[in-house]
Design a protein around this ligand. Sequence first.
Ligand code: SAH
Ligand code: DHB
Ligand code: MG
Length: 223
Amino acid sequence: MRDTVLWAAVDDYIEEQLVPEEDGMQEVLAACDAGGLPAIAVSTAQGKLLHLLARMHGAKRVLEVGTLGGYSTIWLARALPEGGRVVTLELDAKHAAVARANFARAGLAHAIELREGPAADSLAALHAEGAEPFDFVFIDADKPGNPVYVDWALKLLRDGGVLVLDNVVREGGVIDAASENSAVLGTRAAIERLSREPRVSATAIQTVGAKGYDGFLLALVRG
Ligand code: SAH
Ligand code: DHB
Ligand code: MG
């Protein structure tokens, strides 16, 4: 088997054994597909990882940058205790409409606030409003925006908050210091920002699976 075929087959096995079909999650992806959204949501196994990280951390307030059709948002919202909230930020009105319909169908509209517009503006507005600090931030929008999103996350997270940054490996592209690819440049700048920040303790895990070769950066942020 070619590696990518093998990785996808192992993801199938992991899902079969450890991620039993959750109510309505396949419908969420079907609605994204029917709405013509790109198939760039986190994989099922990765959605469950985000869900478990949020639950393990006891996150009550979650911030997501980059909603798409709300697949990762719903995994995160299902990790919340009673009264918890996800605030999710999306630029594209078409993506936001599909996501809102998915939240309503999943019975989670009350727990999810979707803010439409450029994430940098929404993040600045949250800060200006004096939003209650977040326990957990998942950044997964346009990659050139990563340094700005990481900066806001450091301001919006509580002391002891968790930051997860998606797509940090990019099939190994992240180590190309001469890259002119804006996604690589944005991701490298975000990683350098975090590495210089004394309040942050971080690592990254490389991932293979149904979505190919990529990775997550995980960070704990002190106040
Ligand atoms: N987290 C989603 C996938 C997000 S894909 C999931 O796993 O299910 C990235 C999303 O970021 C896209 O929907 C894209 O429209 C959005 N995006 C791109 N640029 C943005 C910006 N400047 N502000 C907010 N969202 C943006
Ligand atoms: C893309 C964006 C993502 O967040 C992702 O997980 C995969 C692909 C993209 O823009 O191609
Ligand atoms: Mg992503």
